[in-house]
Design a protein around this ligand. Structure first.
Ligand code: PRP
Ligand code: URA
Length: 209
């Protein structure tokens, strides 16, 4: 799967093990989501284009590299995606942020849109969509559909935990999208929850259950 990257870095895997535990507190869960997101962001931005620049150090002129090409946007899928934003912005402080609000209908498991606000120039930006969970893939596919309708061409999807069903759905609908995961789990259960997963990411980030 050329466009699917499962990040097996030891730090990511260690933090993910703590994140999954049902005994991890809301405070620690939130912190870990941020830490893992920062590490994933480092990998997912590895191929950003750079250009050579000259910088006068106190000693001499150094040939350096700075980011070039399109400006970036970070698009969290509400709610749980919000937990990934701060860590990304710490690494990419000039990124603009858009929000796509989707929730899964508890009966059909299909995504329902309830909010959307994107940067005005979104079509000119390289976009990173963030959401901790990729289950059926319905939310990810709907968010990417929506971004493409708004002219986005360069889209990367970042999920902390995915599963084969979600990966297949994104690949089928959007084969051009690069997908970064910290883990690809075994399967979905009858409630379309990822097994073994970590439970409901939104509830665990915000302490709502
Ligand atoms: C969760 C998760 C994803 C979605 C994944 O959000 O954060 O957005 O489910 O499932 P899917 O791949 O089957 O679409 P949820 O709908 O529970 O909303 P929340 O973030 O507000 O809790
Ligand atoms: N959403 C979650 O938060 N967790 C799952 O396992 C599936 C969807």
């Amino acid at each position: 799967m050329a466009n699917v990257h499962v990040l097996d870095h030891p730090l990511i895997q260690h933090k993910l093990a703590i994140l999954r535990s049902k005994n991890t507190s809301v405070k620690e869960f939130r912190e870990l989501i941020g830490e893992i997101s920062g590490l994933m962001c480092y990998e997912a931005t590895r191929n950003l284009p750079t250009k050579e620049v000259e910088v006068a150090t106190p000693v001499a002129v150094a040939k350096c590299r700075r980011l070039a090409g399109k400006k970036l946007a970070i698009i969290p899928i509400l709610r749980a995606g919000l937990g990934m934003v701060d860590a990304m912005v710490e690494l990419i402080p000039s990124a603009k942020i858009g929000h796509i609000g989707l929730y899964r209908d508890p009966e059909t498991h299909l995504p329902v849109e309830y909010y959307c606000k994107l940067p005005e120039d979104i079509e000119n930006r390289q976009v990173f969509v963030v959401d901790p969970m990729l289950a059926t893939g319905g939310s990810a596919v709907a968010a990417i559909d929506f971004l493409k309708q708004h002219g986005c061409k360069n889209i990367t999807m970042m999920n902390i935990i995915g599963c084969p069903e979600g990966v297949a759905a994104v690949q089928k609908a959007h084969p051009d999208v690069e997908l970064y995961l910290a883990a690809c789990d075994e399967k979905l259960n009858e409630h379309a929850y990822i097994v073994p997963g970590l439970g409901d990411a939104g509830d665990r980030i915000f302490g709502t259950k």
